[in-house]
Design a protein around this ligand. Structure first.
Ligand code: BTN
Length: 340
């Protein structure tokens, strides 16, 4: 960690309270001039830091920025090798993460960005990722291999929902399998991709990509009726990231136990509702009745009871009001090129 990181970390931890330059200099064994230089550089990055003569420096506003050393240090309590990478703009944090993996960066790590130029969604779609959102990919290895189901995806959805609930004090609901909704609008999408190790014929890594809309932006025409944003206090963004990753670690570490799915079911707003989906090229409809212990969605159609493990379902009422969502305009959506 650089001196600049240390200064940011210390100022963040005593947010809005002054700390003298002398104390900071003593703590890190450097001159007061070196502290001033670090503070100056942080200010140039955009952090709002006040200085009062005789009292010292106080971090007043993060200006929507993250405290990256805070995130890294906090998450190293879970795994001391945890690393954090950040770029303001990337094509896709999942793509960047895969490039890092290919260059032998060790796991676990987190790749964060504030904007994506080619964000990817599920089922081969793009994911609108304007500046000011939170886009992150968590890369893990050493996870218990499950023989089936969408438990990792469901666990991630619940982990993010709970972190957002702590940040906003409001309820977040889940649309199976992993879209998060706030006040009736989709505010977060999750794309979990598995990296396959050919030599050992097994999944070696999971790249868990999460995109959260945090700002009221003008959404593209095709999603503007369904997309929304979740108003997280900009000063709480760092805590939100830490919470998300901690929650994911917690659920992943006991993934064999389906108990967490209770929290998922409680938030899943399609249960009990009539839904439409496509299977083998056919549009079907039925009542979503349960989430099974693998995270699969149980749907009772007129002819049979099906358990869906992937793909996407739509509320029937949603399909009838939104032309963009009609399954017949979307092609077959039960194909699955991702882990979820
Ligand atoms: C969806 O709603 O279809 C899933 C969207 C997943 C978006 C996230 S943003 C971070 C990560 N990088 C990507 O390119 N996609 C995921």
């Amino acid at each position: 960690m650089t001196l600049k990181d240390h200064v940011l970390l210390t100022l963040y931890r005593s947010f809005s309270q002054e700390i003298s330059g002398e104390k900071l200099a003593e703590e890190w064994g450097v001159t007061r001039a070196a502290i001033w230089k670090a503070v100056d550089s942080l200010r140039k990055d955009g952090y709002e830091i006040h200085s009062t003569s005789g009292k010292g420096y106080a971090l007043i506003s993060m200006q929507e920025r993250l405290c990256l050393p805070c995130i890294e240090l906090s998450l190293q309590e879970n795994d001391r090798n945890f690393q954090v990478f950040y770029e303001n703009t990337v094509d896709s944090t999942n793509n960047e993460s895969k490039r890092l993996l290919a260059s032998d960066v060790s796991t676990p790590f987190l790749f964060l960005a504030s904007e994506q130029s080619a964000g990817r969604g599920r089922l081969g779609r793009s994911f609108f990722s304007p500046s000011g959102g939170l886009y992150l990919s968590l890369v893990v290895s050493n996870f218990p291999l499950l023989s089936g189901g969408v438990r990792y995806t469901a666990a991630t959805a619940l982990a993010v929902a709970q972190a957002l609930e702590s940040a906003t004090g409001e309820e977040i609901s889940i649309k199976w399998v992993n879209d998060l909704y706030y006040r009736g609008k989709k505010v977060c999408g999750i794309l979990t991709e598995g990296i396959f190790d050919m030599e050992n014929s097994r999944l070696s890594h999971l790249v868990v990509g999460i995109g959260i809309n945090l700002k009221d932006v003008s959404f593209p025409e095709d999603i503007k009726d369904r997309a929304g944003y979740v108003p997280v206090d900009p000063e709480k963004k760092t805590e939100l990231v830490i919470d998300i990753v901690r929650n994911i670690f917690n659920y992943f570490s006991s993934i064999e136990d389906p108990a967490f799915l209770e929290g998922y079911r409680a938030r899943c707003f399609i249960l009990g509702e009539r839904v439409q989906f496509t299977k083998n090229g056919r549009t079907l409809s039925g009542k979503a009745t349960a989430i099974d212990d693998w995270g699969g969605l149980v749907v009772e159609t007129a002819d049979e009871t099906l358990t869906l493990q992937s793909g996407e379902v739509f509320l029937e009422e949603e399909v009838s009001v939104d032309f963009q969502l009609r399954p017949d305009t979307l092609g077959d959506r039960d194909g699955d090129d991702h882990f979820d």
